[in-house]
Design a protein around this ligand. Structure first.
Ligand code: ADP
Ligand code: MG
Length: 724
């Protein structure tokens, strides 16, 4: 412990004193620090011990009532056997409840473990993706829009970085961060603009920095105890059920008093009448309801998790079953999200095979394909669109190029801009000297209007914007995604360039080529679409892609018919018309997805919706069931979602909706059973006394309690886990 404390006497200065090398820590350094400091994780509150939980069960009103009855019959009436038997029943009941709760708890914890975050670090000079738990102080970490910050980080490089720190400060407006800003721990968290804090969400831009604190030594770690555990919030059904239980409790009390009066009236001894009344009260309340419900819910949730659908909040299970409209992405959900180039279109409109570009064209295309790109092919990481652009290039050359010509500034891709820019020092065309260039790629309609001319074998040539757009359109009609590649040389150096200034340079580009990529529909897609239809779910496909691409893919898998409505057209459509009348939406920006969800809800639909980007978060939050695509999605989207799909597959979502419906049905059966079986116990007792008072009490109190214990719990459990 002593060593541990000393090494962290000045955690903020470690990086400075030892000077983290430019290539990041070495693997050995990282391993030894990890051994010293422990994992970068915030320990969760230890669950209460068995005794505490048992004590809580015994303080339940039913248990208290029975214990009072036991003491009265034991001490006052001298019926020791009765007293012991009642106490036994109380304990057995409590143990059953504990076992059920234990199972529910385990299921919830297993779910949480599935959501293990990762971080991008520079170690041994290599960019690596490591589990966030392995980060150590001094690690050089990169974050970008969409990420959840994995530790407390002192920023060294920033690029238009804006961060949502609401989790720490309650302030929902994103805060701008800058390298070299305030890092003093004495300053309030909300004013430390040179620091990133664990658990906050990057909304915009990118940044790099050095880990200053990990795990429980981060600001978040310090307040972790105060954070609510969302997974433990009760579901609407559970809330309804506890209302029902309370109501039945009152009814039971009334029945018990009536029973006592009735029994006394029939000439039954007072003590027997009293015990009978107590037993009746206990029998009338379906005490197992809450626990059995939780077990049924969490078993279902566990089943979904094994199929790749992770429920982030238990209440979502019930809403899931009620979903009647699903708004889905095209890319990855309907298609495989494994794109491959199928053609290169040279600036004069010639269509070439993917590897068929002449040398002058390939020389211009390759730097854009490699450098205006954050993906890697080996191993496959990053955006599939970007992976496709690397297809056919030597991975070692790609790595070497990126190291030799690092990105100096850039504008990240976003679905509303539909393009991405990146500034590098390249070798100039005329003199062979180093010159800065802005390399760009994006949707043809986003790039072509920014172009001044196009590339030819001998130099710049006039650009035929209309002709090329028409070509792109024809490719899109076959379900292909077309990207335009363009570039410009920059005057001067790259000093002081950031996302904002680069964006202002995105004009006067030279068009280099169009590349057509094809992302085939998943083999399972048509089947999932049909399954959704059979289940009565209306599917709407909303994509950022070109309308022609959207229509072609929708046609192939059977989503809707007719032309796609674009996001812009959606704005002009009559607000009173139900959006489900159109099922294909294209060129939809995230903000229009939000509009679509809102309109659907206004027409009374329960809406499920998929999303992956930072900008999808508001729509995901707004939807009744936000589904984040786990394979490609950002942390921000995941945090906003109710459910995360690990394989992005539509089939998984449809299966999850089915599962949700099944669980809900089982719970309804279970409630019906428990309420009716308890009522019949009351009927047996009260009915007999009413009809034939001379028969006396039909069941002794202990018999009633015993029947109640066995006939409530077991059949209810069976019903709760019934196959659908
Ligand atoms: P989707 O919802 O189908 O995934 P996106 O919003 O991701 O659509 O993409 C919209 C358009 O932006 C695409 O049609 C493509 O032209 C362009 N695009 C997609 N990814 C990139 C990228 N990484 N860089 C540049 N442009 C891209
Ligand atoms: Mg996309």
């Amino acid at each position: 412990m002593q060593i541990h404390d000393q090494s962290h006497a000045h955690p903020d200065t470690i990086g400075v004193e030892e000077g983290t090398p430019p290539g990041g820590l070495s693997a050995a350094q990282a391993a030894s620090r990890l051994a010293l400091d422990g994992p970068n994780a915030i320990p969760t509150a230890r669950p209460d011990g068995l005794a505490v939980r048992l004590g809580r069960e015994l303080r339940e009103p039913m248990a208290l009532l029975l214990m009072v009855a036991a003491s009265i019959s034991g001490v006052l009436l001298g019926e020791l056997l009765d007293a012991v038997a009642i106490i036994t029943i109380v304990v057995v009941n409590a143990i059953i409840a504990l076992v059920q709760q234990g199972r529910a708890q385990q299921a919830l914890e297993a779910l949480r473990a599935l959501e293990s975050p990762t971080a991008v670090v520079l170690r041994d000079g290599e960019r690596q993706v490591v589990p966030a738990a392995d980060l150590v102080v001094g690690d050089a970490v990169e974050v970008q829009a969409g990420d959840r910050v994995p530790a407390d980080i002192r920023l060294t490089v920033t690029d238009g970085l804006e961060v949502d720190e609401a989790i720490l400060t309650g302030e929902s407006m994103p805060m701008t961060k800058r390298a070299g800003g305030e890092v003093d721990p004495a300053v309030p968290v909300g004013d430390r603009d040179g620091m990133l804090h664990n658990g906050t969400l990057v909304q915009r831009g990118a940044g790099r920095g050095e880990v200053a604190a990990t795990g429980s030594r981060t600001v978040l770690g310090g307040i972790a105890g105060q954070l609510d555990d969302v997974a433990r919030e009760p579901t609407p059904l559970q809330r309804q059920l506890s209302g029902l239980t309370r109501w039945l409790g009152v009814a039971a009390l009334v029945a018990a008093v009536g029973m006592f009066a009735l029994a006394s009236f029939s000439g039954i001894a007072a003590e027997e009448a009293f015990l009978t009344a107590v037993a009746l009260a206990v029998a009338a309340v379906p005490e197992g309801l809450a626990a059995v419900t939780t077990v049924a819910l969490s078993l279902g949730v566990g089943r979904m998790a094994r199929r790749g659908a992770i429920i982030r909040r238990l209440p979502a299970v019930e809403t899931l079953g009620a979903v009647d409209v699903l708004v889905i992405d095209k890319t990855g959900t309907v298609t495989e999200n494994r794109m491959a180039p199928v053609a290169v279109i040279s600036p004069d409109g010639t269509v070439l095979p993917p590897e068929g570009a002449p040398p002058w064209l390939a020389r211009a295309m390759d730097p854009i394909r490699v450098l205006c790109n954050d993906a890697t092919l080996v191993p496959p990481t990053g955006d599939p669109t970007e992976q496709a652009l690397l297809e056919g290039l030597d991975p070692d050359v790609v790595t070497a190029q990126r190291r030799a010509r690092p990105r100096l500034a850039g504008t990240p891709f976003s679905s509303d801009r539909r393009r991405m820019g990146s500034v590098h020092l390249l070798t100039g065309p005329e003199d062979g000297r180093g010159r800065h260039a802005l390399l760009m790629k994006g949707a043809p309609e986003a790039i072509l209007p920014l172009c001044r001319d196009s590339l030819g074998p001998e130099g710049p040539e006039p650009l035929d914007v209309e002709g090329l757009l028409a070509r792109g359109h024809r490719r899109a009609q076959r379900g292909e995604r077309v990207l335009a590649l363009a570039m410009r040389w920059l005057d001067g150096d790259a000093a002081g360039l950031d996302a904002v200034t680069v964006a202002s340079l995105e004009t006067d580009l030279t068009l280099v080529a169009l590349i057509a990529l094809r992302d085939p529909p998943r083999a399972s897609a048509a089947g999932s679409v049909a399954a959704a239809r059979d289940a009565g779910i209306t599917l709407l496909m909303a994509t950022g892609d070109h309308p022609a691409t959207a229509e072609a893919i929708a046609e192939e898998v059977g989503v809707g018919s007719g032309p796609a409505l674009t996001g812009v057209q959606l704005r002009e459509v009559d607000v009173d018309s139900d959006p489900v009348s159109v099922s294909r939406y294209a060129r939809v920006e995230p903000e229009q997805k939000l509009q679509l969800v809102t309109r659907l809800q206004a027409h009374g639909h329960v809406v499920g919706m998929t999303g992956d980007g930072v900008n999808d978060a508001p729509a995901l939050r707004r939807a009744d069931i936000g589904v984040a695509l786990g394979a490609t999605g950002s942390d921000v989207a995941r945090e906003a979602a109710d459910m995360v799909i690990t394989d992005d597959d539509l089939a998984t979502i449809v299966a999850a909706v089915r599962e949700g419906r099944g669980i809900y049905d089982n719970l309804r059966k279970l409630v019906d059973f428990l309420v009716t079986s308890n009522l019949s116990e009351v009927a047996v007792m009260v009915g007999t006394l009413l009809i034939a008072p001379s028969f006396g009490v039909p069941l002794f109190p202990l018999q009633l309690l015993w029947i109640n214990l066995l006939t409530d719990g077991l059949p209810a459990l069976a019903l709760g886990v019934d196959p659908y």
